[in-house]
Design a protein around this ligand. Structure first.
Ligand code: NAD
Ligand code: DAU
Length: 350
């Protein structure tokens, strides 16, 4: 039985990765380690929480001693590392939390893996999940490839860039068997409603203003979260040691076009007259250091490992809107903060 440590598995992308691994690989023991910050929500995993190959560990990756103890206790074979502070606006308001979780937390995991795997790197893998934001901002043309120089602009992207460098350094210096992927913007079910897509769905639903930063001309390359989880599966199993893989859907949208599409789909789903939701659009002060355009070239992943995205964007955005409208209880638990009590009730009191 392989023991795989997945960090950040109660978050948006992590919960989809945990579900995929628990369901598709009953021969693996999956350990979901999460601090359960405001972004970690165990409601995301109620459908698999009683499966025999699933285990939850509440822990903070910043606590290096605890991470060492957990490696001593469980002797993990592999790490798939997603835990991070992930919201750019929060990093602008409070950079230090990002330095601690994203940089120090990653080094604690690297040190534990290096220490416990030192005699045998055979069949071990440290897979670090990163972002396209490390590459900085593009002009009107071109794409980020795996060779694009790093040029991060926000405390979030700078902390992710630092963690990528450290993961590579542990490979080059200590031969730690690592692999890294850098993905574009994800959307889909279970995303915390501070990020553009779920925030705007929620605000449209409640007739609240839609705060568009600047002129809404920034471009993002959107990928359905389950396609990201599928890519992580492929890279974990088939990626080459020491390599980086870019993940993206070749699906660029200016924010304002995406927001107008969301408004249109929401009008349809809520039975509102076309144009009703667009009236909620409100232009607000731009985000500091706001990157203009991200666009990923995922040719290497497609060519070498055979991954392709499964969904067209219009279909994905409709599925996403349906999910949030059909899971209003989830949205209400998240917006009211009730979800924070779930761990206590489910795991501590029992
Ligand atoms: P998220 O904020 O939804 O989830 C992060 C999870 O990490 C939460 O469950 C949180 O509780 C946990 N966590 C945070 N700090 C922790 C700590 N100190 N110890 C243990 N757990 C901790 O994030 P997400 O959007 O799911 O992103 C997951 C990963 O994917 C991140 O590394 C992010 O940089 C990367 N990524 C995200 C996107 C995107 O569009 N969301 C795109 C590319 C890459
Ligand atoms: O590119 C990958 C990254 O995508 C991930 O690494 C990050 O973890 C993830 O949060 C995301 O970062 P962004 O900053 O691109 O996502 P966000 O949803 O915050 O914003 C998307 C775009 O929408 C961005 O140009 C800012 C804009 N925006 C966002 C919010 C929350 C608005 O105009 N108004 C808003 O209220």
């Amino acid at each position: 039985m392989k023991k795989i440590l997945i960090t950040g598995g109660a978050g948006f992308i992590g919960s989809h990765v945990v579900r995929l691994f628990v369901n598709n690989y009953p021969q693996y023991e999956i350990y979901n380690l999460d601090k359960l910050t405001y972004a970690g929500n165990l409601f995301n995993l109620t459908d698999i929480e009683n499966k025999p190959n699933y285990h939850f560990i509440k822990a903070d990756i910043v606590d290096g001693e605890h991470i060492m103890q957990l490696f001593e206790q469980h002797r993990f074979d592999d790490v798939i590392h997603l835990a991070a502070e992930s919201h750019v606006d929060r990093s602008i308001a409070n950079p230090m939390e990002f330095i601690m979780a994203n940089i120090v937390g990653t080094v604690n995991l690297l040190n534990a893996a290096k220490f416990y795997w030192k005699d045998d790197f055979e069949n071990k893998r440290f897979y670090h999940i990163s972002t396209d934001e490390v590459y900085g901002s593009l002009g009107d043309t071109g794409f980020f490839t795996e060779d694009t120089p790093y040029d991060p602009h926000s405390p979030y992207s700078a902390s992710k860039a630092s963690s990528d460098h450290l993961v590579r350094a542990y490979h080059d210096t200590y031969n730690l068997p690592i692999v890294i992927s850098n993905c574009s913007n994800n959307y889909g079910p279970n995303q915390f409603p501070e990020k553009l897509v779920p925030l705007f769905i929620n605000n449209i639903r409640s007739n609240k203003p839609l705060p568009v930063y600047g002129k809404g001309e920034n471009v993002r390359d959107w990928l359905y979260v389950i396609d990201h989880a599928r890519a992580i599966d492929v890279i974990f199993h088939k990626g080459k040691d020491g390599e980086t893989y870019n993940i993206g859907g070749h699906n660029e949208w200016t924010n304002i076009d995406l927001i107008k599409l969301l408004c249109q789909v929401m009008d349809e789903k809520l039975g509102r007259e076309t144009g009703t939701s667009e009236k909620l659009i409100t232009y607000v002060k731009d985000r500091a250091g706001h990157d203009l355009r991200y666009a990923i070239d995922s040719a290497k992943l497609q060519r070498e490992l055979g991954w392709v995205p499964s969904l067209q964007f219009e279909e994905g955005i409709r599925l996403t809107v349906d999910w949030y409208l059909n899971n209003q209880e989830w949205l209400e638990e998240v917006t009211s903060g009730n979800y924070l009590k779930y761990y206590e009730e489910q795991y501590v009191k029992r």
